[in-house]
Write a protein that binds this ligand. Structure first.
Ligand SMILES: [Zn+2]
Length: 204
């Protein structure tokens, strides 16, 4: 599986394009469609997965869904966030109003998006819709885990208590590399230390 990291148009957010055997899986949608198309090449897009509904991660979701004729997966709590510019933090009044391409996830589970096997974990805290996706041994952590910390818990819909529970959940998930919603990748041992350290910050 090849993993390409693209820069979103906003807030230096990341978009990931995973390519395997002529198929592609896209994670988050803040990068312009043309750039994503370039990264995908001739592969067929099987789905778009959203790590959460803040504008820098979902801005072009409907453009991707239309262009690639694919479904958009997001935690069910994201609808309220994506539908409101205030909650999704966009500066230009951006809000998603058409959810016909969306499939809503709740809790933890698996998606068979052949050839990709995807496990998803509800990791509320930064946002009530925060979701981490494990594809193979790779964890796509959105704004829950960063290489040097964890996501903010002082935003609309954030919850420190939920973040602590989500960190506990992630401490039981094994993976090779964490690919965050902003910034660089980080390996499993770094994230293990991160999770322990930042959980302590939240509980004091
Ligand atoms: Zn965010």
């Amino acid at each position: 599986m090849e993993i390409k990291r693209l820069k979103a148009e906003f807030m230096d957010a990341n978009v990931f394009v995973l390519v395997q055997g002529g198929h592609a899986l896209v994670i988050d949608s803040g990068a312009k469609l043309e750039e994503v198309k370039k990264a995908i090449g001739s592969a067929k897009v099987v789905a778009l997965l959203l790590t959460h509904a803040h504008f820098d991660h979902c801005y072009y979701a409907l453009d991707y869904a239309k262009e690639f004729n694919c479904k958009v997966y997001m935690n069910e709590n994201g609808k309220k966030i994506a539908s409101s510019a205030e909650s999704n933090y966009s500066e230009d009044g951006f809000a998603i109003t058409d959810y016909s391409a969306f499939r809503f996830l709740s809790g933890d589970g698996q998606l068979d998006l052949s050839p990709f096997r995807v496990e998803y974990f509800s990791t509320a805290g930064h946002s009530p819709c925060s979701t981490c996706y494990k594809v193979g041994e790779e964890l796509f952590a959105g704004d829950t885990l960063f290489s040097n910390g964890i996501g903010r818990t002082d935003l609309i819909g954030s919850s420190k208590e939920d973040m602590i529970k989500s960190l506990d959940k992630l401490s039981r998930v094994s993976f090779a590399t964490a690919h965050s919603g902003h910034g660089e990748d980080s390996d499993f041992s770094r994230q293990k230390r991160n999770i322990t350290l930042f959980k302590r910050f939240l509980t004091r």
